[in-house]
Design a protein around this ligand. Structure first.
Ligand code: GTP
Ligand code: MG
Length: 666
């Protein structure tokens, strides 16, 4: 079949960390006869010993052109897989043959199913496992809406997998290390299992094809060609998920996978239709942005329709820097054809997630999801002089990775870096160092504590100054009373007979508000009412400033008498986890002073639960790290501020003491 001449297909390689994706990409390129470029070549990839940003490479296989994109597996870098999966004609989801790690694939299945992206499951490291493939599939199936259809069965020699049988053609191959497998007769001992697996496969395929169903019922097995054809249709429609086996490190199962891609992966026109883009003469999605030394900003495009060439314009700017992408190599090219993945240098108007249609940028229209931040650190440059440089560098990092967000927080005067977890942020710190020569220091962000009062008081404050010429005079009496939680602040006046002249009352209110900025415990004061009910003034020395100062002084003096109490921010939190870990999640919530409100099956996610809880803000600080470590990286959460809650005892004392120490330290 192959692709219509002149188009390039694109396969994304995704999956949990360390499943062998980069090794598989190398093996695919090698088997296709291409020279393998340097992958994971960045300083960060080397020091973190993992893929830290997608690797791009292209090759020819039997006359078809391919771009492969190998994504990072770390769950903290999952966001980078989203735009790549969205841009691919087919996704190769790489799994380990380990049922205990199956949950790590949950998020991938969900995304692929929701977006109807054709995908094949490649069970890698088959050389290492003694797990029965069908047991593994049973566990994996619980995370996938689409049926996982085994296309091969392993041939075993003792515990070792030494080859595989293709269930459509019923041909057997014996693996050879680093070389194409050898075609052999189906071993006697494997025949029963093969027949059984083939029947299951045909049944699954026939579920979507009445003709095949009839043939099966009449016991007339259709020819292989027809079955392959149906498989291709069903993969294109994303109704089934073929499952292939192999070992990337030994080059086993790699040719089979390439052939499946060749015969069954949909053409780019199918993917363009999935994005609703068949009308335009030229259309391209911007998958991501890279800031490359000496080149500057490079936007990485997937071409859906037509072609672009140097000299064409985008939003009126001339395209001058089209680049091919191969590992760490970027070479100048003149044009990019339909289906190609290409770099577009120095085009500032273009950003990741944009859609370019007929020379015009449609911001954000590529329809790419970005993971919500779940972890934050307060950061600052080690050298104050790097402040401005840091802002610019952070902006570039956010462009490259929209799941990384830098944000100034007025209240606590912090620069917060938000992202997906500790590794994600440490990676950002390493990039700041390696690429921008900026050293940063980090610390946990400060929770936004508040304080309120539990008692009422009456207070008399007088502001008086005599310093030659005009003096300053203001005298006020106020009532300070607690208000309901969430009521905020209210100000009232009950002045009779003009003891405080009308024109000065707003000044008193302004002063009182200033006094709320920091209470006796060191935090902003909320939920109280202040009533000005009496006072005195002086015909010459009274003015707005004097009454404002008196208002502020009144609050400062009165609040310590009102039984101040600390308020802790409480977030309504929803934690999503594969069901097998739900009880551990409950324990984590309680261990962090959270209050469980309930749990239920996660809507639309087979095999998952959602636990709802009220969590104090400090309990969210590194929650994601604990959740991931108990769930093979699968669990996630969302949180939204809900209310403030009084905090007493040792926990409160500690916070107040820390705040005091911080203020003393300046
Ligand atoms: N035994 C065996 N080892 C493998 C196989 N495939 C990969 N490995 C090894 O597994 C380790 C991780 O492989 P990578 O290809 O870097 O894994 P990855 O999925 O790209 O990792 P991330 O990008 O960090 O998620 C390497 O040491 C590989 O040599 C395999 O089929 N069998
Ligand atoms: Mg990798």
């Amino acid at each position: 079949m192959g692709t219509p001449s002149g188009t390039v297909r694109c396969a994304a390689i995704v999956g949990p960390q360390g499943t062998g994706k980069t090794t598989l990409m190398k093996a695919l390129l090698e088997r296709a006869g291409a020279k393998t470029p340097a992958l994971d070549a960045s300083a960060e990839a080397k020091s973190f010993h993992m893929t830290t940003e997608p690797n791009f490479a292209s090759c020819d296989f039997l006359g078809d052109q391919w771009t492969f994109i190998d994504c990072p597996g770390s769950s903290e870098l999952f966001s980078s897989s989203l735009s790549v999966m969205a841009a691919a004609d087919i996704v190769i989801l790489v799994a380990e043959p380990n049922a205990e790690r199956a949950a790590g694939l949950g998020g991938y299945f969900r995304y692929l199913d929701d977006h109807k992206i054709p995908h094949v499951l490649f069970v890698n490291r088959i050389d290492e496992t003694q797990t029965r493939v069908r047991d593994l599939l049973e566990t994996l199936q619980s995370f996938s809406d689409r049926p996982l259809v085994l296309r091969q069965t392993p041939i075993r020699d003792g515990d070792q997998v030494v080859g595989a049988i293709d269930l459509v053609s019923e041909r057997a191959w014996k693996y050879r290390a680093g070389k194409q497998s050898e075609l052999i007769e189906i071993p006697e001992g494997a025949k029963d299992r093969e027949a059984e697996a083939r029947e299951i496969m045909l049944d699954a395929v026939a579920d979507f094809d009445d003709k095949l169903m009839e043939q099966i019922l009449e016991d007339k097995a259709p020819p292989s060609d027809e079955i392959y054809g149906l498989m291709a249709e069903e993969l294109r429609d994303d109704t089934v998920v073929p499952v292939m086996l192999g070992s990337a490190a030994h080059g086993n199962g790699v040719t089979r996978l390439l052939k499946l891609l060749r015969h069954e992966a949909p053409d780019v026109s199918v993917t363009a239709a999935r994005h609703g883009l068949n009308g335009a003469a030229t259309a391209a999605s911007v998958i991501r942005t890279a800031h490359v030394p000496h080149t500057g900003k490079v936007s990485i495009l997937r071409m859906w329709n037509g072609q672009i060439k140097n000299g064409d314009t985008v939003n009126g700017s001339r395209i001058t820097g089209l680049l091919s992408l191969n590992g760490d190599k970027r070479d100048k090219v003149d044009s990019a054809m339909t289906g190609a993945v290409v770099g577009l240098a120095r085009m500032d108007a273009v950003n990741a997630g944009d859609l370019i249609v007929d020379g015009k940028v449609n911001p954000g229209d590529a329809g790419v999801d970005i993971a919500e931040p779940v972890y934050a650190l307060s950061i600052r440059p080690k050298n104050d002089k790097d402040d401005v440089k840091l802002s610019t560098a952070l902006q570039k990092l956010s462009e490259e990775d929209p799941s990384l967000i830098a944000e100034r927080r007025q209240e606590t005067a912090e620069l917060l870096l938000r992202g997906q977890g500790d590794i994600h942020l440490r990676l950002a710190a390493a990039k700041l160092k390696n690429q921008y020569n900026i050293d940063i220091e980090t610390s946990p962000p400060k929770p936004s504590y508040r304080e309120t009062i539990r008692g009422a008081t009456d207070h008399h404050a007088r502001h008086k100054k005599q310093s030659g010429g005009h003096g300053q005079f203001a005298d006020i009496k106020v009532k300070v009373t607690p208000a309901a939680r969430g009521a905020g602040f209210s100000f009232d006046e009950a002045i009779h007979g003009g003891t405080v002249p009308k024109q000065f009352i707003p000044a008193v209110e302004a002063g009182v508000k200033e006094g709320l900025g920091e209470g006796p415990l060191g935090f902003p004061v909320v939920d109280l009412a202040v009533t000005l009910y009496d006072g005195q003034h002086h015909p010459v020395d009274s003015n707005e400033m004097s009454f404002k100062l008196a208002g502020r002084q009144a609050l400062r003096e009165a609040l310590p008498d009102c039984n101040p109490v600390l308020l802790e921010p409480i977030f309504k939190t929803e934690i999503h986890t594969p069901s097998e870990h739900t009880s551990k999640v409950h324990a984590v919530i309680s261990g962090r002073r959270g209050q469980i409100l309930g749990f239920d099956a996660r809507t639309g996610w087979p095999g998952w639960d959602s636990v709802t809880a009220m969590m104090p803000e400090p309990g969210l600080a590194d929650l994601i790290i604990e959740l991931r470590s108990l769930s093979q990286g699968a669990a996630t959460y969302t949180a939204a501020f809900d209310h403030y809650q009084e905090l007493f005892g040792k926990d409160a004392d500690k916070i107040v003491l820390e705040r005091k120490a911080e203020k003393e330290a300046g």
